[in-house]
Design a protein around this ligand. Structure first.
Ligand SMILES: Nc1nc2c(c(=O)[nH]1)N[C@H]1C(S)=C(S)[C@@H](COP(=O)(O)OP(=O)(O)OC[C@H]3O[C@@H](n4cnc5c(=O)[nH]c(N)nc54)[C@H](O)[C@@H]3O)O[C@H]1N2
Ligand SMILES: Nc1nc2c(c(=O)[nH]1)N[C@H]1C(S)=C(S)[C@@H](COP(=O)(O)OP(=O)(O)OC[C@H]3O[C@@H](n4cnc5c(=O)[nH]c(N)nc54)[C@H](O)[C@@H]3O)O[C@H]1N2
Ligand SMILES: [Mo]
Length: 633
């Protein structure tokens, strides 16, 4: 491999890729690459290993899986290479057959998913190319510039055509020149702003009564809850101005078509579900559905409806469910105790809340842990056995796109580096040792995975053949791309919008204020940056981690740019350098998501400061509820 570029098969990614992935070669051939199976020789966490052969490694792991068959086994995975051939298939077949504990994948998209499902059911959202038709795009807690770069060309076109972009975010994430309105919200208080906007729209007569009567339930209850939020009250809670809230609401109401893009920054706190529900209610209240470029946009995963049972090929056992966001606690408190932890497609030592507790758990002498990853991650350092995995350039992967509606096939462009092997192969080889059968390989595996996508794909005939010929399959929406309330409709049982969703409790829009913590007044956020969107790629993205503060917070603490500081709370500390960021609101600290332990002088990530409590309704992680103080180191 000499170069990585975008191709033209998909008009959305049209010839360009993000700067992070362009450097993927550094990961594939880099010094962190795991080249062969290894067994621990040092103490846990020390990172000293000896090379062993695949057969020996698999025998070792299979013996432990056999010994602890049942709930003492915890398979731990998240995104990985994000495809249907590396997750949810052969891995599930193996672990389900062993009666292992099940994992609730809660680090991301739980609150948003629950709110979207409760209010609209699984309604496909606006596809990227249709952003272009919008005259106003309200980006709420998302940062496409770093996390969805292929959306950017469409947003640019909105502004070139005289439309406007608004951003609700504690920082000016997209660059001041790019947004027309910016509400620098205090993290965790979006609910107040969204409800105040709804009440404002009602007072201004900007509510689409006809739409609500025909398509929605619960509008009156929503309005009643919203009326408690005057612009002034919302402004004082969220730290923005009343005028600013009104201006965004007015511009949104006046624009046609108008689009809400809800990101994943809104959900990661105690008010996550309610805030997302209130934000997603806006297009219903203001009558923004029914035309191209109007409505709301999420990740698009609503449309794929992958049949998980079929992909796994084995029924889900009714074993205990472990919330991944509480792994540290689980490793100490769960009964029966977790005795085998099998990590793949994830890097829990860096990415989970309460990092110190997670690391302590990984040090448990009576825990046998396997880490299966292309690179020597922070988690791998704690493993008893490390298994080398291929990257997406070395294995076949079937991917559904993120934010748009393509299914694509990635076939290997280089041979596996070192002795690395694809996920499916390793789970099959383990299965063979444990009497688990039915694993599929080659084209049969791809065909089977393709058949689990329930949504209708364009064209007739063999899906795999067409995929190989055309490079991608697109969803078959009438009129090409989905138009909400014209060609796609709520997936709720009664096909109506539920503006008072009972899934969110008896008071769906109840605002939970934060508990003041005078010793740790700064709200810590950890968004993606131009250097990383998760821990993958973080390894070469950073020389060292940093914390950002607003100039007023820097001055108030007598600190200066570039200085070594200590970011701390009751859970831990992170020793990094200070950056002054005038684009960040005061009262907020920012440590980038995706740094590795080696990027801070004390081997900590931002996650060392994140509490492990989860949202009571969906069980989602609350990363942005971390409260910290910053002082000189
Ligand atoms: N190429 C590539 N793309 C990816 C990924 C990848 O691995 N590779 N990962 C994907 C994943 S897993 C995710 S989750 C998405 C994330 O996609 P986004 O949701 O766009 O995530 P961020 O870029 O972190 O932007 C979140 C924004 O929310 C802001 N924020 C923080 N707290 C609050 C709050 O309380 N209220 C409001 N209004 N804003 C807040 C932050 O400052 C930040 O600018 O990116 C995805 N995109
Ligand atoms: N501080 C803070 N932390 C956060 C968040 C936050 O807002 N703040 N947000 C969270 C979010 S949105 C997310 S999505 C999570 C992500 O959390 P994780 O999923 O733990 O992080 P990733 O870096 O995506 O880990 C994926 C791992 O899979 C490996 N991998 C890739 N392809 C393959 C494969 O084919 N096979 C195998 N075996 N391994 C593979 C990669 O090398 C990488 O180590 O992080 C969460 N962490
Ligand atoms: Mo995520």
């Amino acid at each position: 491999m000499v170069r990585i570029e975008g191709n033209r098969v998909n008009p959305v990614t049209n010839d360009f890729i993000c700067s992070k992935v362009r450097r993927f070669g550094e990961r594939v051939y880099g010094k962190d690459r795991v080249l062969y199976p290894q067994r621990r020789v040092g103490r846990k966490g020390e990172g000293r290993f000896e090379r062993i052969g695949w057969d020996e490694a698999l025998d070792l792991v299979a013996a432990r899986l056999q010994e602890f068959r049942g709930e003492a086994i915890l398979p731990f995975s998240y995104g990985g290479s994000n495809g249907l051939l590396t997750q949810g298939g052969e891995d599930e077949r193996l672990f389900r057959s062993l009666g292992a504990s099940r994992l609730a994948r809660t680090v991301c998209a739980m609150q948003t998913g629950l709110a979207a499902e409760a209010v609209y059911g699984k309604m496909p959202s606006v596809d990227f190319p249709d952003f272009e038709a919008a005259r106003f795009v309200l980006i709420w807690g998302g940062n496409p510039k770093h996390s969805n770069v292929h959306l950017m060309p469409y947003l640019k076109k909105v502004r070139e055509a005289g439309g406007h972009v608004a951003l609700v975010d504690p920082r000016q994430a997209m660059g001041a020149g790019f947004v027309d309105f910016h509400l620098a919200v205090r993290p965790g208080t979006d609910l107040a702003i969204a409800l105040a906007m709804i009440a404002h729209l009602e007072r201004e007569g900007a509510v689409d009564r006809a739409f609500l009567a025909a398509q929605a339930d619960g509008a009156e209850a929503l309005f009643e809850a919203a009326r408690a939020w005057t612009l002034e009250r919302a402004a004082s809670v969220s730290g923005v101005t009343a005028r600013g809230i009104a201006a965004v609401a007015d511009a949104y109401a006046a624009a046609d078509p108008a689009l809400v893009r809800c990101g994943w920054g809104v959900e990661r706190n105690r008010n996550g579900e309610a805030a997302v529900a209130a934000i997603l209610a806006l297009p219903a209240v203001a009558g923004k559905f029914g035309k191209r470029g109007g409505g709301y946009a999420l990740s698009s995963s609503e449309a794929y409806a992958v049949d998980g049972e079929r992909l796994a090929g084995v029924a889900e056992p009714q074993t205990r469910v472990v919330n991944m966001s509480q792994l540290g606690r689980v490793l100490f408190e769960a009964r029966p105790a977790v005795r085998v932890l099998f990590v793949y497609n994830a890097n829990p030592a860096a990415t989970l809340p309460d990092q110190n507790r997670v690391l302590e758990g990984l040090r448990r002498e009576d825990l046998f842990s396997v880490v299966f990853d292309p690179v020597m991650t922070d988690t791998a350092h704690f493993a008893d056995v490390v298994l080398p995995a291929t990257t997406f350039l070395e294995h076949t992967e079937l991917c559904t796109s993120y934010g748009t509606y393509s299914v694509m096939l990635g076939e290997p462009v280089i041979a596996p580096v070192g002795e690395s092997r694809p996920n499916a192969e390793v789970f099959r080889l383990l299965g063979e040792r444990l009497g688990v059968t039915g694993f599929k390989t080659g084209d049969a595996a791809i065909t089977a995975a393709l058949a689990t996508i329930r949504g209708r794909l364009q064209g007739e005939g063999d899906r795999l053949e067409r995929l190989r010929k055309d490079g991608r399959l697109y969803f078959d929406f009438p009129g090409e791309r989905p138009v909400q309330f014209e060609t796609v409709f709520p997936g709720t049982p009664d096909a109506r919008v539920h503006l008072w969703p009972s899934e969110l409790g008896s008071e769906p829009y109840r605002f939970v204020p934060e508990t003041p913590d005078a010793a740790h007044p700064l709200a810590l956020i950890s968004p993606s940056t131009e250097r990383s969107v998760c821990s993958t790629l973080g390894e070469y993205g950073f020389k060292e981690a940093w914390v950002e503060l607003h100039p007023s917070d820097v001055a108030a603490r007598g600190l200066r740019e570039g200085q070594q500081v200590r970011v701390h709370n009751a859970l831990g500390e992170v020793l990094v350098s200070l950056r002054v960021n005038p684009g960040l609101r005061s009262g907020v600290a920012l440590i980038p998501k995706g740094t590795w332990r080696r990027h801070a002088r004390n081997g900590a990530c931002g996650t060392a400061l994140v509490p492990d409590f989860v949202s009571p309704i969906s069980g989602g992680a609350c990363y942005n509820d971390a409260r910290v103080e910053v002082g000189a180191a």
